[in-house]
Design a protein around this ligand. Structure first.
Ligand SMILES: *[C@@H]1O[C@H](CO)[C@@H](O)[C@H](O)[C@H]1NC(C)=O
Ligand SMILES: *[C@@H]1O[C@H](CO)[C@@H](O)[C@H](O)[C@H]1NC(C)=O
Ligand SMILES: *[C@@H]1O[C@H](CO)[C@@H](O)[C@H](O)[C@H]1NC(C)=O
Ligand SMILES: *[C@@H]1O[C@H](CO)[C@@H](O)[C@H](O)[C@H]1NC(C)=O
Ligand SMILES: *[C@@H]1O[C@H](CO)[C@@H](O)[C@H](O)[C@H]1NC(C)=O
Ligand SMILES: *[C@@H]1O[C@H](CO)[C@@H](O)[C@H](O)[C@H]1NC(C)=O
Length: 576
């Protein structure tokens, strides 16, 4: 695989360099200098800054970092990540259980007598301390999410009750019997609160969005948030807080009839205020998936900034909010050009022509049906209005995600796009749309996770709303298409000014010690090695253990290093 990949440098110069100084045609040695050890990452004029340098970055995700038992394994994992030039790792700052488990990590327990406790022990909150401590030593930043939208319950035939070991830990790991904490959606989260605070409610009547509306639940979550953010408020190696991963009206528990985007916006506004009140040092983000609601009434209506002659060029070119008219115009454009749409710029046409193979869509059911003329990404049907969220005064940067295996990102007439070219192009459009949105609201945009499942790992693929692997072997992109797609999206994000570009997700092998059953050496699930003495990080179909993807991230990181240092970063293209 690796030998097939050859990175060539195309003679494409960046149109815009986001620096006040004169453009340099040389490429300064990549460096993180310009910052002192005590500096916190800041958000200024739509960019991240560290010290006196811009801090655009390539990141990766590893929700499972808290499972690592000792500093050496943490050091090895974070050093491995940092060695690729990656500057930020996104991970979970929570682990909710309903009974104290006999093994592994837990951070907050919701006892069935109604009491809630934090685990202050070595297998508890000290695990988060370790992440922060070692990240600081290794020179990497941590982006913590404070809870998760997703916590699907295994349906084992009982009407109610979330077993502490949600899954049966008995081996073999066959995709349905995954150990606790193996999947990103198995660390508790919103539905743990809903079930705990409504023990009397019949399971069938529980609704997910009670998490946002119940005062008791909000108070309890705010207590947790205060505990965590105060603990790390003086740690510059934390880049910031995400209120939640992918908050929306529904999860495995359905949405009530009254949940709408304003529900999630108001909740996020409250949480971000709690964070700011208790930790004024760090940046706050929503963590949402980036869905729009063009026709929604806003909690925080857009106010155009007053003309400021000293403002930088990119600030002066704000597009304004996404509107019905803009979406319709874009759809007309796609139709006029006859699918797949030709790329808008020369370099993209070049890329587009290189990608010939078709991406086989696994099943039609994976694609969301559109609920009206705009499709569910733009009509608020997820309960998310990414513009209203970005415009919350106490939110510092906007979020979006890109997971084409789990959603269709096409516009009106293209939502059934199935070719690989269209998936790549939809990603380009989605990224550029979000860069424009963030620019409109004057905040840095962060692609807080993105991934596509390759046919090599599709037999481990578990969607975020699922408690088990969906067992589809050999579907998805080829591995070289996956590399090519990541390369395209990363470069698109860099060039459109997206400030944080976070891959989902990192994979490591050779972990020396583990008390968590979720770190496994089981062949075929995570690591393909047969070692019985070392462990591998979990694989939900997105984990990348090998060099191909890591090299792609590294190439992107090298480009942003040059840009951050004031140089002209040439775009690398993949020569397939
Ligand atoms: C991390 O590991 C590297 C390589 O083994 C070593 O040089 C370094 O001292 C370690 N750092 C810490 C903080 O343990
Ligand atoms: C609730 O249950 C837990 C676990 O059994 C126990 O440790 C705790 O003391 C109980 N609290 C009260 C108030 O009953
Ligand atoms: C199903 O979950 C319940 C609730 O925790 C548990 O008591 C029961 O043993 C589980 N049944 C099976 C077949 O795993
Ligand atoms: C989520 O909620 C929306 C609106 O309530 C609904 O249209 C959609 O089908 C739901 N999605 C899932 C996966 O339940
Ligand atoms: C997950 O969501 C998809 C739609 O996005 C739906 O088709 C599927 O049934 C859901 N799976 C579970 C286990 O809820
Ligand atoms: C993945 O797809 C490529 C291209 O279609 C094919 O050559 C390869 O054999 C596939 N691999 C698997 C494991 O299905």
């Amino acid at each position: 695989m690796v030998q097939l990949l050859r990175f060539i440098t195309a003679c494409l110069l960046l149109p815009v360099i986001h620096l006040g100084s004169a453009q340099s045609t040389t490429s300064p040695t990549p460096t993180t200098s310009g910052a002192n050890a005590g500096d916190f990452v800041r958000a200024e004029n739509g960019r991240f800054m560290l010290g006196n340098r811009p801090f655009q970055y390539i990141g990766t995700s590893a929700y499972w970092l808290q499972l690592l038992d000792n500093d050496d394994d943490m050091n090895k994992t974070l050093t491995d990540i940092a060695s690729r030039g990656i500057k930020v790792v996104r991970t979970w700052a929570f682990n909710d259980v309903t009974e104290i488990p006999s093994d592994g990590v837990w951070i907050r327990v919701f006892h069935n007598n109604g009491t809630i406790e934090i685990n202050t022990g070595e297998n508890g909150i000290l695990r988060l301390d370790r992440i922060v401590r070692v990240a600081k030593q290794v020179g990497i930043h941590v982006l913590f999410s404070l809870t998760n939208n997703w916590f699907p319950k295994v349906n084992n035939g009982t009407a109610f009750g979330v077993p502490v070991h949600r899954r049966d830990n008995s081996l073999p790991l066959d995709g349905t019997n995954l150990p606790r904490n193996y999947l990103s959606n198995d660390f508790g989260g919103m539905d743990t609160y809903v079930r705990h605070f409504h023990p009397e409610t019949n399971s069938a009547d529980l609704v997910h969005d009670v998490f946002y509306s119940s005062q008791a639940i909000r108070d309890s979550f705010h207590d947790y948030v205060k505990t965590i953010v105060k603990r790390y408020k003086d740690e510059p190696s934390v880049i910031g807080w995400e209120a939640a991963n992918d908050p929306r009206c529904n999860s495995t528990l359905p949405a009530s009839g009254v949940c709408n985007p304003q529900t999630v916006t108001t909740w996020t506004s409250d949480v971000s205020t709690v964070i700011k009140d208790n930790d004024p040092n760090h940046l706050v983000a929503t963590g949402d998936s980036g869905y729009y609601c063009v026709d929604c009434t806003k909690v925080y209506p857009y106010v155009p900034p007053p003309p400021a002659p000293s403002m930088r060029r990119r600030s002066a070119h704000r597009e304004g909010p996404l509107t019905r008219a803009k979406l319709l115009a874009r759809d007309e454009d796609w139709k006029r050009r006859n699918l797949p749409p030709p790329a808008k710029k020369r370099e993209r046409s070049t890329l587009g022509r290189m990608i010939r193979a078709r991406w086989s869509a696994p099943t039609e059911s994976r694609r969301k049906r559109q609920s009206n003329e705009f499709g569910s990404l733009f009509d608020g049907s997820f309960g998310v209005d990414t513009e209203d969220l970005a415009n919350i005064p106490t939110v510092d940067f906007s979020s979006f995600q890109y997971f084409p295996d789990q959603n269709s990102y096409g516009t009106v007439s293209t939502s059934s796009a199935t070719s690989f070219d269209q998936v790549v192009q939809s990603g380009i459009d989605w990224i550029e749309q979000h860069a424009a949105t963030a620019n409109t609201y004057g905040k840095p945009a962060t692609l807080n996770s993105f991934g596509i499942v390759s046919n090599v790992t599709s037999n481990s693929y578990a969607p975020f709303n699922s408690s088990s692997v969906v067992q589809e072997s050999g579907v998805g992109t080829s591995q070289s298409q996956q590399v090519s797609a990541y390369n395209t999206w990363i470069n698109t994000a860099i060039d459109s000014g997206v400030q944080g570009i976070i891959h989902y997700q990192w994979g490591v092998t050779n972990i020396a010690s583990s008390s968590s059953p979720a770190l496994t050496h089981q062949s075929g699930v995570g690591d393909s090695s047969t070692s019985t003495t070392t462990f591998a990080s979990p694989n939900d179909g997105y984990a990348t253990y090998d060099d191909a993807i890591k090299s792609t991230l590294e190439a992107g990181a090298a480009r942003v290093d040059i840009k951050n240092a004031g140089g002209v970063a040439k775009r690398t293209l993949l020569d397939l």
